[in-house]
Design a protein around this ligand. Structure first.
Ligand SMILES: Nc1ncnc2c1ncn2[C@@H]1O[C@H](COP(=O)(O)OP(=O)(O)OP(=O)(O)O)[C@@H](O)[C@H]1O
Length: 306
């Protein structure tokens, strides 16, 4: 179990993380979300021992994670971290980068391990290509495979799919998260993208104002977002009479006391997102057809989220 107890951290005077406490079980996937600058990357770095804490403790099983004041070399062997800027060796091949820290003593095992990881990150076709010739997204996948090479107990990932194109992203996510579950690797991922979370993460931690604003399963937070920040992670939402409603929870009806004027239509594929003005406030709803600007519509809240 990763046990984070009362963790506080500042780079200088102003606090970045204040009194955070949470646990992550072996094999669990915890997603860290929050606005840009909320401290997601900082939290990952602190968890790997890159900085000394101002207060609190972090333990993995019986071992305390400590910062540079206590360790000559930053980091721990059982934990791997993939930063937003991944550091690879540009002049050697993809396979060589992945196997860089694997022992040459067991040549056959090393070869098999590299082949397995190339498959997980879907890079078998470029195994012998020099890394400097790869795209940003391919490099990101090499960094992921390299972090997995020595089978860490915990993996810390900062925006792991941010450089990867939409065609590849979904299959890659499924492949990576399945691999991590199969191998019981604990995983903490900082992300902006709900697609990294929904269907994969066991729990979600929302950082805001230096603190944990919400911590629960993605399903629970989706069904009952207590704050606008949590709701905004999942999609367009509205606050009507102090209640939060997603865009799909507003329906157009023949008449109601929620009278709105259509301002804009956005084509979204299988639906249109309609922006309308309701008593001076912007509201968003989903509709199968686009609507004329200026049209008067009546809305009904179709489902209370909780
Ligand atoms: N090395 C540093 N020294 C001083 N301040 C820093 C340092 N790194 C980050 N910060 C500050 O700490 C705060 C949190 O930054 P952090 O990168 O952890 O946020 P984040 O949530 O990961 O953001 P993003 O989603 O944009 O990556 C920001 O205000 C940032 O300016």
């Amino acid at each position: 179990m990763l046990k984070v107890n009362n963790l506080s951290f500042n780079y200088n005077k102003s606090p970045i993380l204040k009194a955070l406490s949470f646990n992550v079980k072996p094999g669990e996937y915890l997603a860290i979300i929050g606005e840009s600058g909320s401290g997601k990357s900082t939290l990952l770095k602190v968890l790997r021992g890159e900085y000394d804490l101002n207060n609190g403790t972090v333990f993995w099983k019986k071992e305390q994670i400590l910062g540079p004041k206590h360790n000559l070399v930053i980091g721990y062997d059982f934990m791997k971290y993939v930063a937003q800027e991944f550091e690879l060796e540009p002049f050697i091949s993809v396979a060589e980068n992945i196997g860089q820290h694997l022992s040459n003593f067991y040549k056959e095992e090393k070869k098999e391990r590299i082949a397995e990881l190339l498959q997980v990150v879907e890079l078998t076709a470029v195994a012998t290509t020099k890394v400097k010739l790869l795209s940003g997204g391919q490099k990101q996948r090499v960094a992921l495979a390299r972090a997995l090479a020595k089978a860490p107990e915990i993996l810390l990932l900062d925006e792991p799919f941010s450089h990867i194109d939409n065609f590849k992203k979904q299959s890659l996510r499924r492949s990576i998260f399945k691999y991590l579950k199969d191998k019981n690797i604990t995983c903490i991922v900082a992300t902006h993208d709900k697609e990294d979370v929904l269907g994969f993460a066991d729990n979600m931690l929302v950082l805001n104002n230096n603190k944990i604003e919400a911590y629960n399963t993605p399903k629970q937070l989706y069904k009952d977002p207590k704050t606008a920040l949590v709701a905004s992670f999942f999609g367009e939402f509205n606050i009507i009479n102090n209640d939060i409603f997603y865009a799909h929870q507003l329906k157009i009806v023949d008449s109601s006391n929620l009278k709105a004027i259509v301002k804009n239509n956005y084509f979204k594929g299988h639906y249109y997102l309609i922006e309308a003005n309701l008593n001076g406030e912007n509201v968003f709803l989903k509709n199968s057809k686009n609507l004329e600007k200026g049209a008067i519509i009546y809305l009904q809240k179709i489902k209370k989220p909780h």
